[in-house]
Write a protein that binds this ligand. Structure first.
Ligand code: ATP
Ligand code: MG
Length: 353
């Protein structure tokens, strides 16, 4: 089967790690029955500098016919974050209704956690963030500007449809895992309208998933437990803002920014999902062949899983973890000396067997 992949290398180290993702896919594409067709798009801050927009007006339409989008990173000094965000990432997430932001938090073999005395057996969970609504709404505004009474009001929008679909995804995911545990983040002791509504949706759905153990936590104590008891967690779901915070905290305990993968998923087959490392374009280390490509390789594993290529995903993850487990070839952020390409070569050699 040929999977059509849209590539957006973007800026900075995005341009260095995306070709490594492609090399992994090309190696796997040599197998019978598995193939990839790549189309590269130059959407980036460089494109913005030239054209005044991150992508052409019909950019979204060019991406639509693909089975998945693989993004490196966008961002460049001098181009404000809101330009790359509102000009590229948010339109893609919204237009293709990628309402799931999924981030695995798992300490790979051979890597050291920022948490003392915690190993791979303690840190293995998935953070599911609602990606389309919630706290990040455009509803609100300012009153009495410049006066002592000045204030700002920001509405949170949690819809039944939006919470049902993210919770359905989270329950399904928990059901598919061996521990079958679902933790959800709330704050219904302090937030009076939206959070009790969210809790009600969880309570209404839980009986449909009798095998799944559901635990509710206020987000503050949940964050603390990511640090003190990471072993309690299996699948963790949160609204947009809470999920945002938790999905940065979790990976920080499991090897950090050079390792962390993510996916923006629309589970329906009609629209492409987008896969991207958590890290940004990291201009401080760009062009030096020192960026850690693990985040990109793991991101490609997530993409393969989403495309239904579980065996290829397992083989690539296996090759990656063999190399981290040996601990001989690692990039500088993990205490090694290897370059980006050297590390990737080692993984590819392992993959080819
Ligand atoms: P952007 O503006 O695109 O978000 P950034 O400078 O914020 O870029 P981040 O990706 O958020 O970059 O990373 C912050 C720092 O972490 C970088 O400056 C870099 O030193 C380090 N870093 C990020 N990604 C990697 C990586 N893949 N390998 C090694 N170090 C990394
Ligand atoms: Mg950044």
């Amino acid at each position: 089967m040929t999977h059509r992949i849209a590539l957006i290398p973007g800026d900075g180290i995005g341009q260095e790690v995306t070709p490594i993702g492609v090399r992994c896919l090309e190696a796997l594409g040599k197998r019978p029955g598995l193939d990839f067709a790549f189309t590269e798009f130059p959407y980036s801050c460089e494109y913005y500098a030239e054209h005044g927009a991150m992508m052409p007006e019909d950019g979204i339409e060019h991406l639509r016919p693909h089975d998945a989008i693989l993004l490196g990173a966008v961002g460049y000094p001098g181009v404000p974050d809101h330009v790359s965000l509102w000009g590229l990432l948010l339109p893609i997430r919204r237009e293709f209704q990628q309402y799931v932001n999924l981030r695995p938090v798992r300490l790979l073999r051979g890597l050291t956690s920022a948490l003392r005395n915690r190993g791979p057996e303690d840190i293995n969970y998935l953070v599911v963030r609602e990606n389309n609504e919630g706290e990040y709404s455009e509803i609100g505004g300012r009153l009495y500007d410049g006066l002592p009474e000045a204030m700002a009001v920001q509405a949170t929008v949690i819809t039944r449809k939006g919470s049902e679909r993210i919770l359905d995804y989270a329950f399904r995911l928990a059901q598919s895992r061996s521990r079958k545990r679902l933790a959800y983040a709330t704050k219904s002791n302090g937030i009076k309208h939206t959070m009790p509504f969210w809790d009600e949706q969880v309570a209404a759905m839980a009986p449909n998933w009798p095998d799944v153990q559901v635990d509710g936590y206020h987000v503050d104590i949940l964050a603390a437990n990511f640090v003190t008891h990471p072993d309690w967690f299996d699948v963790v779901v949160g609204t947009n803002l809470f999920g945002d915070i938790l999905s940065d905290l979790g990976p920080a305990t499991a090897g950090g920014i050079g390792v962390a993968p993510s996916a923006n998923i629309n589970p329906s087959p009609d629209m492409p999902s987008m896969f991207e490392p958590v890290h940004g374009s990291a201009p401080d280390i760009a062009g030096q062949d020192i960026a850690n490509p693990i985040a990109m390789i793991w991101t490609v594993v997530m993409m393969l899983e989403d495309l239904g290529e579980q065996e290829a995903a397992d083989d690539l993850m296996g090759a990656l973890e063999t190399v981290t487990g040996e601990g001989r070839v690692l990039t500088r952020d993990l205490g090694g000396q290897a370059g980006t390409r050297e590390f990737a070569d080692r993984v590819l050699a392992e993959l080819r067997g």
